[in-house]
Structure formats: structure tokens, C-alpha cells
Design a protein around this ligand. Structure first.
Ligand code: CU
Length: 157
């Protein structure tokens, strides 16, 4: 009976920790806040900068980038650093032609540009730096919770 309780307690701890880890993943709306309260992927106005936007956010593997825009007005091309810097629009890893949510799959730098007209030259492009984070490295409290869960499993079995 005691081992059953311990097992259940351990499982609950781990499930709670995993749920908290999943909830920690963020969806970043990549864009400028417009009238009406929407974030839109667009050519930045004078008082908005994608560089500043990016610098003020924390990106973690598993986070999502949401690009909102009207089809044909813009697109999102995932590009290399060189293509980002020089606005090379024909050399991309993938491209999205309508409002899209892109999951960040890996740590490091990621680059996105709009290939429509001169939008990229007018700074409709964003670079993000993604930290390599797992659930365990996400927070010390979470790690402790996981360890407690595992320990109670071990102890009661
Ligand atoms: Cu555009």
C-alpha cells in the first residue's frame, strides 16, 4: 500500500513538473503592435525596431514564433545570416506565404526576412538568439521538484 502511494506521489510530482515545463514555452508574436491591439509582421514604422524587439525577449528551444500578416502583403523566409544581412531573397531554407507559427527547433541564431518588394531593405527582418534550454535547466525549482518526484518513486518502491 505504501509503495503504491509513493508511486502515485512520485508520478504526480513528475507530471506537475512536466506540465510546468510545457507551460513555460512561449509564443512570441513577431511584429509591431497596431491600432486594434494586433501584432503584425510588417515594415517597421519609425518608432519600432525588430532588433530592439528581439533584444527584449528571451527565446528558448520549443518556443513558437507567430508571424501575423495578410497573404500577399508579406511573407516570412527563414534565411542564413548572410542572406539576412544582405537581404538575399532567393536563398532561403523555408518560406511561409500566410500567417504562420514557427516552432524554434534549435539553439543559436535564427534569421527571418520578408522577401516582398523592398521590405527587407526597409528593415522588415528579425534575428533572434535562442538559448539551448531543456526542462531541467529551465529552473532550479523545477529541477528540485523532478528530483523529489524521482526520489519518492525510488524510496517507496
Ligand atoms: Cu513584407
Amino acid at each position: 500500500m505504501a509503495s503504491c502511494m509513493g508511486c502515485m506521489l512520485g508520478c504526480l510530482f513528475i507530471v506537475a513538473a512536466l506540465l510546468q515545463g510545457a507551460a513555460a514555452q512561449t509564443t512570441h508574436e513577431v511584429g509591431e503592435l497596431i491600432v486594434g491591439g494586433y501584432y503584425v509582421w510588417k515594415v517597421p514604422s519609425a518608432n519600432f525596431s525588430y532588433a530592439t524587439w528581439s533584444a527584449n525577449q528571451t527565446f528558448t528551444v520549443g518556443d513558437k514564433l507567430q508571424f501575423n500578416f495578410a497573404t500577399n502583403d508579406h511573407d516570412v523566409a527563414v534565411v542564413s545570416k548572410a542572406a539576412y544581412e544582405s537581404c538575399i531573397k532567393t536563398d532561403y531554407y523555408s518560406i511561409y506565404n500566410k500567417t504562420s507559427t514557427i516552432t524554434i527547433e534549435s539553439a543559436g541564431e535564427h534569421y527571418y526576412i520578408c522577401t516582398i518588394d523592398q521590405h527587407c531593405e526597409n528593415n522588415q527582418k528579425v534575428a533572434i538568439m535562442v538559448s539551448g534550454s531543456s526542462i531541467l535547466s529551465y529552473s532550479p525549482a523545477l529541477t528540485l521538484l523532478l528530483l523529489l518526484g524521482a526520489a519518492s518513486l525510488f524510496f517507496f518502491f
